[in-house]
Structure formats: C-alpha cells, structure tokens
Design a protein around this ligand. Structure first.
Ligand SMILES: O=C1CCCN[C@@H]1CCCn1cnc2cc(F)c(Cl)cc2c1=O
Ligand SMILES: [Mg+2]
Length: 485
C-alpha cells in the first residue's frame, strides 16, 4: 500500500529509511553504504547549490576541479592529518587484471591533493588570496551503521580551500562561510542550527580551530554536525611549504581555511520535518511547490475540470511558482493525495465541479493539513502567501521543538538524567580536554557516548563562581553536549 509501515516516534531508523525511499529521494544500492540519489533529491541539492555558489562567487572564490585520486606518499604527508582516518581510505590497487605498481587512494577530502599545487602556485603576495572551491564526491569507507545522506561511503559536497597572507583575513572568511551555512539550514531547509566552536578534542586535528553549525534531531536526541568551517592556521602551509614573499621580501607561510557542506544537509532536513505521512519539504527547496489535482465527479464535465487545472498550473508557473498537475486518469484523487503527501509537496490544490462552479480552488497545506478555499482571482497572491507562511512556520515549529529539547545542567546527575531524556544539553564546562574525555568514557554505551557538540558563539551569562558540571572546577564556557550522529 501507499502508507508507511513505521511511525516516526515508533521506529525512527525504519521510518527514516522508508520515508527517503517512498518519497523517491533515495534508492538503496547493492553496495552497502552507497545510495542512488534520485531526481527528487538532486533538485534539492541543485536549489541549495544555486544559492551557495553565487554567494561564494561574490567573495571571489573560484571553482576548480582536482583529481579523484591521491598518491600514497602525498596522502601520508601529514601523520596527524590522517591518523585515525586511515581505515576509511579506499584504495585502487588494480587496473584490469594487473596490479598497480603503487596503490592509489580515492580522495576522502582534498587537502593532500590540492596543497602541493597551492605551494607551486603561491610565490609572491600578489598570488594571494588564493580562493578555490570544488563541487565533487568523496569516499570514506565508514564502518558504523550507514544512513542515507547522514553517513554514506560516498557523498557529494563542496569543499572550499582558501589561502591568505594574514590570519585576520582567514578568521573573517571562516565566519562569513559559517553564516552562509546557517542561511542554508535556516532560510532554505527551515532547520534551526547553533553556530559555535568545536573543542580541541572534536576539532579537525590538522587545523587551528573548527567552527560548525550544529543541528539536533529531537526524535533520537542526537546532535548532528551540519557543516564545518575550519581555520587551518599555518599547519598545512608548513607541511606543504606554502609560503610567499611578503612586501618586505620576507618568506612567510600562508594562513588557510577549508570549509564544507554535504548531502548530509538533506538528511537532516528529512529527519527534522518528516512525519507519519512521509516527507515534508520546505517550499524553498521543493522541486514541486504546488501539485494540482482534478477531482472528477460522475457525469460532471471532466474536460472542463482538467482545463481548469492546467490553467491554474500555467498561471502559477508564469509567476515563478514551481507548480505541476497530476492529471493521470488511472489513479484516484485519494491515491494522488497520499502519493504527493509522501513526497512532501508543500501545497496541494484540488479542483472539482463544486470548486469550478464557485470559481475557486481548495488548497491543502502539507505541513499542518490546513484546508483553504481560494477564489481563482486571488490565486497567485494567496498561493505565494501560503508558501511563504509554510516556509516560516516550518522553521518556527522546528525551532520550538529543538528549543524544548535544550536542557541546562549544572551537575553530573542532572547531565546524566538529561542525556537519558534525549536532551540537547547546555552545561558550564572547565574547558579541560581530560574532563571531556572522561565524560565520553563515563557515558559510553550501546547508543554511543556524549560529546561536546560546540561552544556557542552566543554565550549565556556565566556568573563568577559557576562550576563545571563534570569536574567541579571553575567553568570557563557554556557548551552544548549530547550524543551525535
Ligand atoms: O571538513 C573539512 C572541510 C573540507 C575539507 N576538509 C576538511 C577536513 C576534513 C577532515 N577529514 C575527514 N575525514 C577524513 C577521512 C580520511 F580518510 C582522511 Cl585520509 C582524512 C580525513 C579528513 O581530513
Ligand atoms: Mg568521519
């Protein structure tokens, strides 16, 4: 049948898998951890790209494309860069039936691919800033439970790699990019995120500091890193000898950033907004914003109704609304309602004999099921208004749900209790790595350990004498903690 066999609150993992499949976003692939991204997904990816790419072009960041393959010696260039990552590197060892002399790695990320050429291209200060971004796939042979969009062995992303003469320029760009990531989540995917800084333990080991936008999935009580913007400092400049002669003729190492968002963004959106009827897509990112369906009625003139549907679609499309009609004769209206609800189309318009007679249409919102009769004359304004309202309402509802999960804890017992209640924990922390490691160790279990998600840039008041929830030492900062994907 058409409906889901799992409910979101019943079995979240099974619900999610069904929703992305029945919503025709994903097809499971014969190789574990790999998924087919169907047009319904790629339309969302492209809408996001059509926002993000022009924005970084305004920042004079140019598109490049580096090879998929990494030679072994260059990959091994940086011990702590790949420490811990080595097991997830995929290797090409043969072509045809003959072994390769030297195995070749498939890029899990492109620092080691790109930076030898940054070293070659950057000589003088006039070669700076060098700012490149590539849209590509990467491969990480993950072993923990694969999840469509959230954790796959191959995924699509953009990876920006920039080099500056000064730290100030790098610091500024890190935050400009992070703001674009916030806008992607909050203005397009209608998902609330927290901007913050990763702890020393959780940051990218090869960098100087990591900032991120952190999302939260209320159903599982898990945080999810939404996108990252790292300042690499001069670490990679040192490794790859990327330096330049400054104005005084001094040889100086460059300051670098790297930043990425991936198809994981789409999985977060599905998890946050989906319901027991399937996907619920924010209008801004939905390939189809309005689906028009005719309701035939025994002897009523079905041709006239169908013409009204086609005219409605044309009127909406002419004003930039992504509308389509489902006029298939071999499916009932009811079947169509379920089908397009499963695909998460934000607004359905029904036109039957009665609507025609009253020169109106019946509009039904996907997010809250509200039904509204709209006079044909007001169609475009009303539909535009409803779509804007749906977008804002989806964000507001998601933010209210996320905020309801936030629990401030000041003691270990409060922390453990909140963790058991699937909360997003905000706690004062002494900022000591040993303490962070201890929290991980003490909360380790079947469903993973608690970890720091980020220290929000927007710090609440930290009164003198506030103590760390875990160590009892003087707290230095408020930090979000939780289990994560
Ligand atoms: O997150 C970003 C933004 C875009 C460019 N890259 C950085 C850091 C990526 C970390 N990282 C993440 N995963 C990795 C997996 C690997 F197998 C190896 Cl060899 C390295 C890494 C690795 O460095
Ligand atoms: Mg990883």
């Amino acid at each position: 049948g058409l409906g889901l066999t799992n409910t979101k609150d019943g079995n979240f993992g099974e619900w999610y898998s069904e929703v992305v499949t029945n919503g025709e976003m994903i097809e499971y692939y014969e190789i574990s951890g790999c998924y087919i991204l169907r047009p319904w997904t790629m339309a969302i990816w492209e809408i996001m790209q059509n926002f993000f790419d022009p924005e970084i072009k305004k920042m004079n960041i140019k598109t490049c494309y580096f090879p998929l393959f990494v030679s072994n010696n260059v990959l091994q260039k940086e011990k702590d860069h790949i420490e811990g990552f080595a097991p997830e590197v995929a290797w090409v060892t043969r072509s045809g039936d003959s072994d390769l002399e030297v195995p070749i790695a498939i890029r899990p990320t492109s620092e080691t691919v790109m930076y030898p050429y940054y070293s070659k291209w950057i000589r003088g200060h006039r070669d700076l800033p060098l700012k490149l971004n590539q849209w590509c796939n990467v491969v990480r042979w993950e072993f923990s439970n694969p999840t469509p969009f959230i954790r796959s062995r191959e995924f699509l992303w953009q990876e920006g790699h920039t080099a500056f003469a000064t730290k100030e320029e790098a610091d500024t760009e890190v935050l400009e990019i992070l703001e674009l990531y916030r806008r992607l989540y909050e203005e397009y995917l209608a998902v609330p995120v927290v901007k913050g800084k990763k702890s020393e333990l959780e940051k990218f080991a090869g960098g100087l500091y990591t900032t991120s936008v952190e999302a939260f999935i209320p159903n599982t009580g898990r945080g999810v890193q939404g996108a990252t913007s790292h300042c690499l400092g001069q670490n990679f400049a040192k490794m790859f000898e990327i330096n330049f002669e400054d104005e005084k003729g001094e040889k100086t190492m460059v300051w670098q950033n790297s930043w990425a968002y991936s198809t994981r963004t789409i999985g977060v959106m599905v998890m946050v907004h989906g319901d027991d009827k399937g996907l619920v897509l924010p209008p801004k990112v939905s390939a189809v914003q309005v689906i028009v369906i005719h309701v035939p009625y025994k002897d009523a003139d079905v041709k006239e109704i169908i013409n009204a549907c086609s005219a409605t679609v044309k009127t909406l499309c002419d004003l930039g609304i992504r509308a389509e009609a489902d006029l298939r004769e071999n499916y009932s209206p009811g079947w169509k309602y379920s089908h397009w609800e499963m695909k998460g189309v934000p607004l359905r318009i029904e036109i039957g004999p009665k609507d025609l007679a009253n020169n109106q249409v019946r509009a039904v919102r996907r997010d809250n099921g509200e039904k509204v009769d709209i006079p044909m004359a007001d169609l475009v304004d009303k539909v535009k208004g409803m779509l804007d309202n749906i977008q804002q309402s989806m964000f507001d509802v998601a933010k209210q749900k996320r905020d309801a999960c936030i629990q401030v804890t000041r003691t270990w017992d409060e922390f453990v209790e909140a963790l058991g209640q699937k909360k997003l924990i905000l706690a004062p922390w002494c900022d000591e790595e040993e303490v962070e490691k201890e929290v991980k160790a003490k909360t380790k279990g079947e469903i993973g350990a608690a970890k720091t998600l980020c220290s929000p840039f927007d710090q609440p008041e930290l009164p003198e004498g506030t103590l760390c929830f875990a160590s009892g030492k003087p707290a230095k900062k408020w930090t979000y903690w939780g289990r994560s994907y």
